[in-house]
Design a protein around this ligand. Structure first.
Ligand SMILES: [Zn+2]
Length: 412
């Protein structure tokens, strides 16, 4: 069972909570000005939040008129705890955070999930969660929700992963497998969406209403935030930049189609192009089967022109993809991240050149393209933010009472 929101009441609550979160601490009058409600409404809603222990009053010395102390409102960080999990081909990352997305504990398990059955992956996730919750000094009863980020095509509303380069698809969804084990509300989303959420909550997207996060890793992913909310589209499939066919009939992609951006820009695409050079005898690599991305990058850095050309092509296609994004969404920022940014200028030089060539300068100048240093924890932190996003919208009694929510799931 998902946390059931009560539309209007909880929308007001969400706006107010989010305003307090972004500000850190803020007066009732300022909240009313920002969210556009009357002071009476804000006072009424915040009184309930104080009574439930979700927020608290904080007295700040002599800053109000005539030197009187001001009363500000702040979120009680320990009002709730959530878990975020990121599943990738060769590791599972897990974090436990408080209600402000402060990390209480984290763990990375180096395990292969690729090509394993969903039940097996669920066993590993269960282990990671139990370990991480214990590390945080908490019990499972204190956990209000679990978020999971996985690569591939995910219907976040139904919790169904239609296509993933990782686990084999079974009859049971990964979300249900985890939810049934713990009796805790569980959410699954595409991992690039969860990274966009981590940037919205704690990173380069904080306070920015329109931005996109493009992740370059084994795959090429994207999460889009429009008007301060993650944009998922009608079924949660939005943001599939990586599998946009840029070259009809082009390079084969892992998803089964041909000519997707991912087939050129991702680490996987680069590795494939390098392997072809090996096969053709253009480049002498030591062991083609065991060829790693790092080896390709090193050889390109050492000046192998054929490999430089592979990165050049990847960067050009990335620039081409970003040009499309700028023209369709007019975002104020595009954050490029993921372990593929190690390619540096080999990739970002051609990316910038293509952007300049493909977008009118007036439009291009309105979007800042930043390359953001990759942090492993961003992924699992984002999955935790997926839960927090829902929690902030859920009725107050559920928001601060993990146990109550777990009982409701059991009786469902
Ligand atoms: Zn594809």
């Amino acid at each position: 069972m998902a946390i059931r929101p009560e539309p209007l009441k909880t929308l007001n609550q969400y706006q107010i909570l989010n305003t307090i979160r972004i500000a850190g601490s803020i007066s009732r009058i300022e909240i009313a000005q920002i969210v556009g409600h009357s002071r009476a409404t804000v006072t009424n809603i915040t009184a309930k939040m104080i009574a439930s222990g979700l927020i608290y009053e904080k007295e700040v010395e002599g800053t109000a008129a005539r030197g009187r102390n001001r009363i500000l409102l702040a979120i009680n960080p320990d009002a709730a705890y959530v878990v975020g999990v990121k599943v990738s081909a060769f590791r599972i990352g897990c974090v436990v955070t408080d209600i402000l997305a402060n990390v209480k504990s984290s763990v990375v398990m180096p395990v292969r999930t690729s090509e394993r059955p969903a039940e097996f992956v669920a066993d590993l996730i269960e282990e990671a969660i139990r370990h991480c919750v214990l590390e945080a000094g908490l019990s499972l009863k204190q956990v209000s929700g679990i978020g999971i980020g996985v690569p591939g095509l995910v219907d976040s509303r139904e919790g169904v992963s239609y296509w993933s380069p990782l686990y084999r698809r079974g009859d049971i969804t990964l979300r249900d497998l985890i939810q049934d084990r713990f009796g805790i509300s569980t959410y699954v989303d595409n991992d690039s969406n969860t990274v966009a959420l981590s940037q919205l909550w704690r990173g380069q997207g904080m306070g920015i209403n329109n931005f996109a996060v493009v992740t370059v890793e084994d795959g090429l992913g994207m999460g889009v935030v429009i008007d301060g909310e993650l944009y998922r589209g009608s079924n949660g499939f939005a943001g599939e930049l990586g599998h946009f066919v840029a070259v009809p009939g082009g390079e084969p992609c892992r998803c089964g189609k041909k000519g997707c951006y991912e087939a050129y820009v991702s680490n996987f695409g680069i590795l494939n192009a390098a392997k072809r050079l090996c096969r053709e005898g253009t480049w002498q690599c030591a062991d083609m089967e065991a060829l790693a991305y790092e080896e390709v990058l090193e050889a390109a850095r050492a000046g192998n022109q054929d490999l430089v050309e592979v990165f050049n092509r990847a960067g050009s296609y990335l620039g081409h993809a970003l040009a499309g994004l700028i023209q369709i969404f007019n975002p104020s920022r595009i954050i490029v991240t993921g372990n593929g940014i190690r390619a540096g200028e080999l990739m970002f030089g051609p990316m910038r050149a293509m952007l300049e060539e493909s977008v009118w300068p007036e439009m291009h100048s309105k979007t800042e393209v930043v390359v953001h240093e990759w942090q492993d924890m961003d992924w699992s932190l984002g999955a935790a933010c997926l839960v927090l996003q829902e929690l902030y919208k859920s009725p107050l009694d559920r928001c601060v009472a993990a146990e109550k929510m777990q009982e409701a799931i059991k009786s469902d």
